[in-house]
Design a protein around this ligand. Structure first.
Ligand code: ZN
Ligand code: ZN
Length: 409
């Protein structure tokens, strides 16, 4: 296990962040992932990092707050933490997030308080998240750690003492840590993603058309949209891989040109609540009807977060044959589930997916089709029954995906 953790940590630091000698590192991790966090710090110092800051999160402490804090205090936020991260970002630090919280943590808590807490966190974090992360100014990477409550959720059928090990196995497989040379395997995989996105960029479709059971959706793509995926570059031009694992190529839809109905192919876990078998109907880019077998009120709340939460900010293509899809589990974790299936996201668009976005005002971004919101929530819309066509500038169409697999060379 120690050896596997070291290989995983080396992959995150060496390929994920591509940490440079002399570069500082900030790690955010659940307290249960201390063993991995120490392996990450060791790998970073070995790579010449002068200082590793670790900010541990504690699910139990969050629960203590929900149970004991005054009812009107859920708009509180530790702004100093954001300021500290901005200070590090200004020094050129890299940022690693270890995901692995309990997906059911806030189940049963007052949805109003959950919504206030999440909205406050995204709003207050904006100077950092918008100013350094979504625009790729700094190197960042999100990985996962197997922690007990999450493992129990993914493998409820396994004996309790085996759940965490089984989740670690799944993580190592999905992240190609089980292969002889994980770094080499990742470089090959990233090259494939790069070839796909270059093809899509060259075709410059004006829209994508999705057809699947319960889905008949046209997603307009703005002029100057850019397909991204796999690798990115920070302000200094250093390559990094924002997500490990990652299987997607993605871009931004036009916030005003999404029409039709799309059905989810996997449940969506939002704020500790599960939204199942849902569909969204769009007109002129905006959600005009919502249906869900369960969790409809959570979905309605999400969509009502702000104006942009009712519009799409991302669409992503993932083949049904992705290794994560092959694991055949719902992981209740976006990093895994979004890489098992083609997906879309309600809310904030990645401005890096739009040509010239860095010099545009908020009004210009909106006019160009880029959506803005404090939220960004991915939901899965791909399956082995999904067909996707690309619409070319002359109105003709060509297959992009058939039966959930790439239809392009
Ligand atoms: Zn995505
Ligand atoms: Zn997303």
């Amino acid at each position: 296990m120690q050896e596997q953790l070291k290989r995983y940590a080396d992959l995150a630091i060496g390929v994920g962040l591509n940490l440079q000698p002399g570069q500082r590192l900030v790690i955010r991790a659940p307290i249960e992932a201390a063993a991995l966090t120490r392996a990450l710090a060791a790998s970073a110092y070995d790579a010449g990092c002068p200082y590793v800051d670790v900010i541990y999160g504690d699910d139990q402490l969050d629960l203590v707050r929900f149970r004991h804090a005054p009812a009107d205090s859920f708009g509180e936020f530790p702004t100093w933490r954001v300021n500290g991260m901005i200070e590090r970002a200004e020094q050129g630090a890299a940022f690693l997030t270890v995901a692995g919280g309990n997906p059911d943590l806030l189940k049963g808590q007052d949805p109003e308080r959950v919504a206030t807490t999440m909205r406050t966190a995204s709003e207050q974090s904006k100077p950092f998240s918008r100013g350094y992360i979504t625009n790729m100014r700094v190197s960042w990477c999100v990985i996962s750690a197997a922690v007990a409550p999450w493992a129990a959720r993914v493998f409820p059928d396994a004996p309790a003492q085996e759940q965490v090990d089984r989740l670690w196995d799944a993580i190592f497989r999905a992240c190609r840590v089980d292969q002889d040379d994980p770094a080499q395997a990742w470089r090959r995989h990233i090259d494939t993603l790069e070839a796909r996105r270059e093809y899509l960029n060259e075709r410059a479709y004006t829209a994508l058309r999705y057809a699947a059971p319960g889905t008949d959706l046209t997603v307009g793509l703005p002029d100057g949209h850019i397909w991204k995926g796999g690798i990115d570059h920070n302000e200094q031009g250093t390559r990094f891989v924002p997500n490990i694992p990652t299987e997607e190529v993605f871009t931004l839809p036009h916030r005003g040109r999404v029409d039709g109905t799309v059905s989810s192919t996997k449940p969506l876990n939002y704020g500790g609540r599960l939204i199942e078998h849902f569909s969204l109907t769009f007109a002129g880019g905006r959600v005009v009807a919502v249906e869900a077998e369960s969790g409809a009120e959570v979905l309605e709340k999400l969509i009502a977060t702000d104006e942009g939460a009712a519009r799409l900010g991302e669409i992503a293509l993932v083949p049904h044959s992705s290794p994560i899809s092959g694991l055949g589990r719902l992981f209740y974790n976006t990093l895994f589930d979004e890489n098992a299936s083609s997906h879309a996201a309600l809310g904030q668009a990645y401005s890096v997916c739009l040509e010239g976005a860095e010099s545009m005002s908020e009004e210009q971004l909106a006019a160009a089709g880029a959506n803005a919101s404090v939220t960004h929530v991915d939901f899965m819309i791909g399956s082995e029954q999904t067909d996707i066509d690309g619409v070319l500038a002359d109105g003709s169409t060509e297959p992009v995906m058939r039966a959930g697999e790439w239809a392009i060379a």
